[in-house]
Ligand binder design. Structure first.
Ligand code: PRP
Ligand code: URA
Length: 217
């Protein structure tokens, strides 16, 4: 069974609190998504394989090690986009492959609209990037696409999850490790009053991660 790793890091908890704040503006929100992504990816990549090597320093030779696996960053559009840049700076040789999915408002089922993966896999480790794991449908669909492509090692890196999403992803892809900043309480039910939020949002969550990043809410 894949691991569910909920970060205990104080920096992550601090930044997550700022991220959730309804008063956090899109510019600050994007900065926080970027910083949280770096911290979460740091934890998620702790078991990457290394190849021993040697390096010449100004004073001699030193034993060293280099990453031996090709890494793919797979942001789920749109909200996963904001997670790419910071992680990519840490791993500049990673490949970035976008997967376009949105949730149908009525069914909450993911609808695929963009995928330009080449015929054969080009990376050994895939990090699916999406700040929100709500019902889990989008993450499962992304993992399905990557496995059909031939990806063998996949990790999910997210910022806020609902218990429902963690459960679905574990059930459908028990080999995938889930790295997350926090697991929240529940998902919003079917609205009964006009003022109720739409169904399927994480509570307390942060609202719509795509809208808050791109200023479209
Ligand atoms: C959000 C989020 C995830 C998905 C999570 O995307 O970024 O991809 O919802 O929900 P799920 O776990 O129930 O599938 P959304 O569909 O709102 O698309 P957007 O990022 O383009 O706004
Ligand atoms: N997508 C979001 O952006 N937020 C949620 O709470 C759930 C899905």
């Amino acid at each position: 069974m894949g691991r569910v790793v909920v970060s205990k890091h104080p920096l992550i908890q601090h930044k997550l609190t700022l991220l959730r704040d309804v008063n956090t503006e899109p510019k600050k929100f994007r900065e926080l998504i970027r910083e949280l992504s770096i911290l979460l990816a740091y934890e998620a990549t702790a078991d990457l394989a290394l190849e021993p090597t040697q390096v010449t320093t100004p004073l001699g030779r030193a034993d060293g090690a280099m990453l031996s696996e090709k890494i793919g960053l797979i942001p789920i559009l749109r909200a996963g986009l904001g997670m790419v840049e910071g992680i990519w700076e840490m791993m500049p040789t990673a490949e970035v492959w976008h997967i376009g999915l949105y949730r149908d408002h009525n069914t909450l089922q993911p609808v695929a609209y963009y995928n330009k993966l080449p015929v054969n896999p080009t990376v050994q480790v895939c990090l699916i990037l999406d700040p929100m794991l709500a019902t889990g449908g989008s993450a499962v669909a992304a993992a399905d696409i990557l496995k059909d492509w031939g990806a063998r090692r996949i990790k999910f890196v997210g910022i806020i999850a609902a218990p429902e999403g963690v459960q679905l992803l574990q059930e459908r892809h028990p080999d995938i490790d889930i790295h997350i900043g926090v697991i929240d309480d529940h998902l919003t039910p079917e609205p009964r009053l006009p003022t109720d939020p739409p169904r399927g949002y994480i509570v307390p969550g942060l609202g719509d991660a795509g809208d808050r990043q791109f200023g479209t809410g």
